[in-house]
Design a protein around this ligand. Structure first.
Ligand SMILES: *Cc1c(COP(=O)(O)O)cnc(C)c1O
Length: 384
């Protein structure tokens, strides 16, 4: 996404503003679909990354399914046109109300994360006279080597069922007449760029497949989760994820059985690169050691840097990139010290009113906005 090609459209832009590049989005979706189709893999889009209706429509129209983590996401996916037979519902804390809604909507599958949840789904399904299809979210104990806030696959984590609980869980399912076990589900974390992590996951998945095999418990679906990362450091040069290498790895290393479906739940890798946050410099504050560029966007618009020290590349679109540069802490206006988008960022000499871009904000950006400090929501613009 090179904004210098859009100078006219951006001249009078009201900032802060989320800008989405629909061409890049479609290119990304096509690349993912093409690579997955090759191996007969199914991809569900993880709605929590971005729920802009235009983006959901684009994703749905390419034939992706939907991975939801709340009742409202299930509802939103279905009203955006995702077929209910392609909607899965995950999450550690599904409430009775959410489960009832998803049962009534006849979704494809519940990814269940605890014994008690299975009991509750069984009861609620019985009351609705339905059979709930479930996949067990298993904890593969694979280290995602990512930030600890987005690592989910280690033992004693709030997510998933542990290996030592499996016998009990299977017994429970056998006695739950309104539950049908259709498969297994894994998700080890997010922003994973080291494919070795997924290779380790495959080894664990194979162990679980063997465990179910010896007990003659058939598995129709293996849901291998999401988590594929993007290159936040080179948003212009490297804006397309290598889906081919990702899917090929699973094709090579998972011991898939005849008739078994393999599913994925990708969020970030589908939408992150297509979005950017544009913001103007409100003030420059020169310090002794540090200069501050204070923006009209803050952590209420983009929380990732404050929440998990996430890196986003920042540029000044109003000045020539090559001109004399200086280091700035690029910060927001919110009354919190963590409201900082980047420390010691090398920028051209920057002045009040300059238009700044914070790249790769299409995932976990706008969806995490808040109105803290009674701030308004950022504007939204789609570039064609
Ligand atoms: C968040 C999440 C995903 C998507 O993760 P990405 O890193 O955005 O691909 C997939 N599955 C589950 C269960 C999740 O919680």
């Amino acid at each position: 996404m090179d904004f210098r090609n859009y100078q006219d459209q951006l001249a009078n832009i009201q900032t802060p503003c989320y800008v989405y590049d629909l061409n890049l989005l479609n290119k990304t979706l096509d690349a993912c679909k093409k690579a997955a189709d090759q191996f007969g893999f199914h991809v569900h889009y993880a709605l929590k990354a971005n729920v802009q209706p235009t983006i959901l429509k684009a994703i749905q129209s390419k034939g992706f399914g939907a991975d939801c983590v709340s009742g409202n996401e299930v509802r939103t996916a279905i009203s955006a046109g995702f077929d209910q037979s392609k909607v899965v519902f995950a999450g550690v804390g599904k409430t009775d109300k959410e489960i009832n809604m998803a049962l009534a909507a006849d979704i494809f599958c519940f990814n269940v994360e605890s014994l008690q949840e299975i009991e509750v789904i069984n009861e609620l399904a019985k009351a609705q006279n339905k059979i709930a299809k479930i996949a067990l979210r298993l904890n593969p104990n694979v280290n995602a080597n990512t930030h600890h806030y987005i690592t989910t696959g280690l033992a004693e984590n709030k997510f998933g069922i542990n290996f030592w609980e499996l016998e009990t869980v299977i017994d429970l399912i056998k006695n739950s007449l309104n539950i049908e076990l259709i498969g297994l589900h894994f998700h080890v974390g997010s922003q994973i760029n080291d494919l070795q992590v997924f290779k380790n996951l495959c080894a664990k998945v194979n162990e679980f497949i063997a465990w179910f095999d010896t007990r003659q418990l058939p598995l129709k679906v293996l849901n291998l989760g999401g988590g594929l990362g993007i290159d936040y450091h080179h948003p212009k040069e490297n804006n397309l994820v290598n889906f081919q290498a990702y899917f090929e790895l699973f094709h090579q290393f998972v011991q898939q059985k005849e008739g078994q479906e393999i599913h994925f739940e990708l969020g970030r890798s589908l939408v992150a690169s297509s979005g950017a946050l544009l913001s103007r410099v409100v003030y420059i504050k020169e310090g002794i050691q540090t200069n501050f560029a204070i923006l009209d966007a803050g952590m209420t618009d983009l929380l990732r840097p404050a929440l998990y020290q996430a890196f986003h590349k920042i540029e000044n679109l109003s000045k020539q990139q090559e001109s004399i540069s200086k280091k700035y802490d690029v910060v927001g206006p919110i009354c919190e010290s963590s409201d900082c988008f980047g420390k010691a960022v090398e920028l051209p000499i920057t002045t009040r009113g300059d238009l700044m871009v914070i790249y790769s904000t299409g995932a976990y950006g706008e969806v995490m906005s808040s109105n803290y400090n009674l701030r308004e929501n950022a504007n939204v613009l789609f570039l064609q």
